[in-house]
Design a protein around this ligand. Structure first.
Ligand code: ADP
Length: 386
């Protein structure tokens, strides 16, 4: 039996999940506000507990997690720890057992992912301290997209400069796109040509052919592509230059693009539920935001249909994709000429689990497939240690 602890470490939060060898989830939890007066919300066999504690750093967060397991009567002794690491750059196209060299490489890659890789490293270091001798595996958000052909991953800028600075399309959400495309293939009984729409706070589209990513909407960073909660996705790079030349600092533009754009920029709230509620109440800004959101997705669906040379399934996943019939309808309505349509009752049905939301006689099935990045990380972690 292999017990796997999955750790997803952010700058001030740490999500974890403990799974047994049968992929059963034994416990999950979230430690928040690391760096100050923090708390843990832990759900395990004994129910849910919430504990407040002073949490100076990620090591303190993991110590609190272990104490919480202990007070629930569970001795936390994972055989392997799987870590979500956002950026694997060109070096990592598969999960890898972490050693000093891997750790140094992840640290170097922080140049490409300054918001994301450093917190991942904090989680790795804290886990190594907490579980000495237990193998730690890094699972990269970028790895699944390593199969993109060069024409999909290359930006048309000076080749030498691009190579020197690592400027290319890497793509993110790869663990989710991989899990969901595999689950969709299992559900349909065949791998094929899929467009996967991961619509959460972050959002990205991926064209998957025969189980491999051939195109994705995020690029060098998770800023490119679809409209997201607080990121606007595609933008003329000239707009960035214009902002810099007309009075904004680099930090201001960074904040604008990462935190004050997307649904938040257009409406004041980055939570799609707020935007839907406002639109239903007649708010024009919210209506426009939903229009921009769906318009962008439809553009990618069309582009990926062309790249894939046809489509065997359109797949919705993540918070919005799994839970919002209205957004799914806004994306798919009017695409019958591409073989895409919804069955309204199936689309509205409040079900969990993988399901079809198109009519039985639809040319292309439209699916909802819940993502499970933790399970995919656990699978990779077990596979990596043999
Ligand atoms: P993350 O990218 O942080 O993992 P999630 O995948 O959980 O995020 O997605 C969060 C988004 O999902 C939020 O914008 C939230 O409003 C949206 N969401 C969650 N439930 C619903 C729902 N029932 N209807 C519409 N949107 C929803």
């Amino acid at each position: 039996m292999t017990a796997v602890l999955v750790v997803n470490s952010g700058s001030s939060s740490l999500k974890y999940q403990l799974l047994d060898g049968d992929e059963q989830v034994l416990a999950t939890g979230l430690v928040e506000r690391i760096g100050g007066a923090g708390s843990i919300r832990h759900r395990g066999p004994g129910g849910e507990v919430v504990v407040d504690a002073e949490l100076p750093d990620h090591t303190a967060a993991l110590t609190l997690m272990m104490r919480t397991f202990a007070s629930a009567g569970v001795e936390l002794a994972p055989d392997v720890v799987g870590h979500r690491v956002v950026h694997g750059g060109e070096r990592f196209s598969a999960p890898v057992v972490i050693d000093a060299e891997v750790e140094a490489a992840v640290e170097e890659l922080a140049a490409l992912a300054p918001l994301h890789n450093p917190p991942g490293l904090l989680g790795i270091r804290a886990a190594r301290q907490a579980f000495p001798g237990v193998p730690q595996v890094a699972v990269f958000d970028t790895a699944f997209h390593a199969t993109m052909p060069p024409e999909a991953s290359t930006y048309a800028i000076d080749t030498e400069l691009a190579a020197e600075r690592g400027v290319r399309r890497y793509g993110f959400h790869g663990t989710s796109h991989e899990y969901v495309s595999q689950a969709a293939a299992a559900f349909l009984g065949r791998a094929g040509r899929f467009v996967v729409l991961h619509l959460g706070n972050g959002a990205s589209a991926c064209a998957v052919s025969g189980g491999r990513s051939i195109a994705t909407s995020m690029g060098l960073t998770p800023l490119e592509g679809l409209v997201m909660g607080t990121r606007g996705g595609d933008l003329d790079p000239g707009a960035v230059l214009h902002l810099l030349r007309t009075g904004s600092s680099v930090d201001e533009v960074d904040t604008l693009l990462n935190r004050r754009s997307g649904l938040a920029g257009l409406t004041g709230s980055g939570d799609l539920r707020d935007v839907l509620a406002a639109a239903a109440a007649g708010d024009e800004r919210a209506e426009l935001a939903l229009g921009v959101y769906a318009h962008r997705i439809r553009g990618y669906v069309g582009a990926y249909l062309a790249h894939l040379g046809g489509l065997d399934a359109l797949v919705f996943t993540a918070g919005v994709g799994e839970n919002s019939p209205e957004v799914r309808a806004r994306v798919v309505d009017g695409l019958a000429h591409l073989g895409l349509q919804l069955d309204p009752a199936r689309n509205e049905a409040r079900e969990r689990g993988a399901r079809v939301i198109s009519p039985d006689d639809a040319q292309v099935p439209v699916l909802v497939v819940p993502t499970d990045e933790e399970l995919q990380i656990a699978r990779h972690a077990v596979a990596a240690v043999g």
